[in-house]
Design a protein around this ligand. Structure first.
Ligand code: SF4
Length: 316
């Protein structure tokens, strides 16, 4: 599956000043796992280089104007943004990374200037980003700057790989039995976000109302996309680790128990990263051949080379 992206983040010289905003995490790491679909709405309606544009509050409306000549270009930016957003199919992208702060691509906290002189406020949303949000409210969206935060990065990566997973799964035209297996494999990943969300997904799968499989799959997709958009927390992840430990605690020695429980506590107290605990748990899961846990996405949510779980700051 593909990842939508603001073109300038890939190194394309499409910024207003003729430069780019290449982002190494995207071009050096994510590039191995995703095909990028670049978008630069401004390049399609203006020349490059061009006069910068900015958002301006006029009465209660946000308009887009050129910075020096003060020409209103709102309609142009609106139209091209809408056109590009409409070209994207629901199952084509598994996420989108926007260029932060841009009046066109910024996802949040874009500067909005007063009409007359005065301080700007960080209250705007880029016109193009807003169109994508409106069209695909459950598509994983992030900005390159926010992805410097390990916690947001971990959550975003989990979300895009899970997003990719569900759409690929649905393309296989699964039966209810396969949906149950899919759902089970996500048990602890969703638990780490919200017990309630997993319960809701479980009741869709249980299908007490004897709905048709197509309706169940559609309901499940919607609830699943909502569930994976939630952020995980240290306390939920801690509870999941204790659950996993519960599968084999009766089979191990007192010393082994102490070692595992200590490492889970150390994770909770932010002394060691999640990967250190997972490595220990995986040893026991293999040793006791616990098939149910081997398939859990929580233990292996994305390629380990991305190494996010080795950062203590990836959890809050
Ligand atoms: S922020 Fe968006 S509109 Fe601006 S140069 Fe980058 S891709 Fe183009």
């Amino acid at each position: 599956m593909k990842l939508g992206i603001s073109s300038c983040l890939l190194g394309t010289m499409c910024r207003y000043d003729g430069g780019h905003s290449r982002d190494r995490f995207i071009t050096d790491l994510l590039t191995d796992y995703f095909e990028f679909v670049p978008f630069c709405p401004e390049k399609m309606v203006f020349t490059t280089p061009r006069e910068a544009i900015r958002q301006v509050k006029i009465d209660d409306q946000i308009r887009v104007r050129t910075s020096n000549s003060n020409i209103d270009v709102t309609q142009k930016v609106e139209d091209i943004s809408k056109e590009l957003a409409n070209q994207i199919q629901e199952d084509e992208l598994c996420g989108f990374i926007f260029k932060s702060k841009s009046p066109t691509c910024g996802m949040e906290r874009v500067k909005v200037y007063p009409e007359e002189k005065g301080m700007s406020e960080n209250i705007g949303v880029g016109i193009f980003a807003q169109k994508i949000k409106d069209k695909y409210p459950l598509l994983p969206l992030e900005e390159e700057k926010r992805l410097e935060d390990a916690w947001l990065r971990e959550n975003f990566l989990m979300q895009i790989f899970s997003y990719k997973d569900i759409f690929e799964f649905l393309k296989s035209k699964p039966k209810l039995k396969e949906l149950v297996s899919f759902h089970t494999s996500y048990k602890y990943m969703i638990y780490a976000k919200s017990h309630q969300a997993y319960k809701e997904l479980g009741s869709i799968v249980a299908n007490h109302d004897k709905k048709d499989i197509d309706i169940i799959l559609e309901d499940y997709k919607h609830a699943f996309l909502k569930a994976i958009s939630l952020k995980g927390s240290i306390s939920n992840t801690y509870n999941v680790l204790l659950h996993l430990y519960g599968y084999f605690k009766k089979e191990i020695s007192k010393d082994e128990k102490t070692e595992i429980l200590d490492s889970i506590e150390e994770f909770k107290n932010e002394f060691i990263p999640l990967i250190a605990v997972i490595k220990i748990l995986n040893l026991y899961i293999k040793r006791f051949d616990i098939e149910y846990l081997k398939t859990q996405k929580f233990l292996n949510p994305y390629p380990k080379e991305l190494a996010l779980r080795s950062k203590i700051e990836a959890y809050r």
